[in-house]
Design a protein around this ligand. Structure first.
Ligand code: ATP
Length: 438
């Protein structure tokens, strides 16, 4: 049976994230800054793991995708050609009663602040952050922070094509920050003004576009399942023709069941030849591919799986959060896939006695080249297990007084809480066997 969403779940995860150092409100000592967040010692490990898992799946394990890291600042010409200057807008309305501003399509005609139902006419509000590049003000100095990473792949299409000796079908992947001046950022890191994206533009012959579009929807869905999000928390939502963005010939969202209901996790779109054609017209560059074998020149179509790294991290946290009972004690446990956990192993000497700490430090040094490790000597062993469970550490290695004689340690499994004795000399091998990437 599918458990109903826990209405407290969001609060519990936000709380845990703050208490344990995953995610803090930005500039908190100054009262915070408008829905911006900082990733703490555990959060930064986990966010890096999310991005690494994506990079591994999209680039490392494939021979048809290469990477890119493009600039965040860009000239207006890029955003004029892409359509963002004209159309990257949300409908903004003011409540006539309390004067709060809202995104019209998100409020169902009722002000979430005061319950008012009278609003001003909606006006198009452009979501891009505008700034100045260089010491001179004025139009010539205008620059924009990118609202998506995708345009870097289009403007570098020829650079990558010629330097990487690829031919369609091939893709360019990028992970990095994007910025949108969201009217109503909300739900923790689900929608923020500064966030991180993981996007890939896959260039294909036009007659293969639909096949690849289906392929990438399936591939991306399976990525989330493989990393531990149950299929009961995921679904696909194909956009109706009239709801498509200006560039899209087909879009399917991979949706996640958040505590507030189903909402977008990732979008997979068939962008047709829109982007390359627009940039070719505006820049004068021939953004085409010449297929020498067939003797034809064409503008590739683009299939784009566009995910949020920060949003995905939140979904992984929500899906992993659990409360259960171990030997009569309540515990909170993050059942994170080991590839995402902030630490894979915690080394726990049973007591602070120097001889135990010495062996424990030796073990730590042997494990560290392979795993992100924590080391904890304070409080009872039971408390320390709970602390590691709560942050999702899959394995604890406990060093006790017997370890000094038998040169063996206890390995405890987070999910089953089962414990086995493993010789110190075989520990690295044993843990690598349990945590080996596929
Ligand atoms: P929405 O309609 O919810 O504003 P969108 O459809 O415009 O989002 P895309 O442009 O498709 O979003 O962006 C691709 C992905 O980037 C999203 O699926 C999401 O994971 C992430 N993303 C987009 N905007 C934000 C944001 N403001 N904060 C966090 N992640 C975001």
């Amino acid at each position: 049976m599918t458990p109903e969403p826990d209405t407290d779940l969001l609060d519990k995860v936000i709380n845990l994230a703050k208490r344990r150092g995953f995610i803090f409100a930005s500039a908190e000592i100054y009262g915070g800054f408008r829905s911006t967040y900082d990733y703490g010692p555990l959060g930064v490990n986990m966010l890096r793991n999310v991005k690494q898992a994506w990079w591994r799946s999209m680039v490392q394990l494939r021979d048809d995708v290469v990477g890119l890291d493009a600039a965040i600042l860009g000239p207006p010409a890029v955003w004029a050609a892409s359509g963002h200057l004209a159309t990257f807008t949300d409908p903004l309305v003011d409540c006539r009663q309390c004067h709060e501003r809202w995104r019209e399509d998100k409020i169902d005609g009722v002000c979430p602040n005061c319950g008012g139902t009278e609003f001003t006419e909606a006006r198009a509000f452009n979501l891009m952050f505008k700034t100045q590049a260089g010491p001179v003000e004025g139009e010539g100095a205008t620059a924009y922070l990118r609202p998506e990473t995708a345009q870097g792949m289009f403007t570098n299409f020829l650079n990558v094509l010629t330097t990487s000796r690829r031919r369609p079908p091939f893709g360019i992947a990028q992970v990095g920050k994007s910025f949108r001046n969201e009217i109503t950022p909300q739900n923790f890191v689900f929608r923020t003004r500064e966030f991180e994206q993981m996007e890939m533009e896959f260039f294909v012959a036009p007659d293969e576009a639909d096949t690849w579009y289906r392929y990438w929807i399936q591939n991306r869905y399976e990525w989330y399942v493989d990393l531990g999000i149950g299929a009961d928390r995921l679904r696909l939502h194909e956009h109706a023709q009239q709801d498509l963005s200006h560039y899209s010939r087909g879009t399917t969202d991979i949706e996640f069941r958040y505590p507030w209901g189903w909402d977008e996790l990732e979008g997979v779109a068939n962008r047709g030849d829109y982007d390359l054609t627009q940039h070719a017209h505006a820049s004068g560059a021939a953004l085409e591919y010449f297929d020498a074998q067939a003797g034809v020149r064409y503008t590739p179509y683009v299939i784009e799986p566009a995910a949020g790294a920060t949003r995905a991290m939140m979904a992984f946290l929500l899906a992993a959060y659990a409360e259960d009972e171990v030997e009569g004690d309540q515990r909170t446990v993050l059942r994170l896939d080991w590839r995402l956990s902030p630490y894979q192993v915690a080394v726990l000497p049973l007591s602070k006695k120097p001889e135990l700490e010495g062996v424990s430090r030796e073990i730590l040094s042997a494990l560290r080249p392979w795993f992100m490790c924590d080391f904890d000597v304070t409080q009872s062993i039971g408390r320390r297990y709970r602390r590691q469970d709560e942050i999702g550490t899959p394995y604890c290695v406990t060093v006790d007084f017997a370890s000094l004689d038998d040169r063996a340690v206890t390995v405890r499994d987070r999910d089953t809480t089962s414990q086995v004795r493993v010789p110190i000399g075989e520990l690295v091998e044993e843990l690598r066997r349990r945590m080996s990437p596929t």
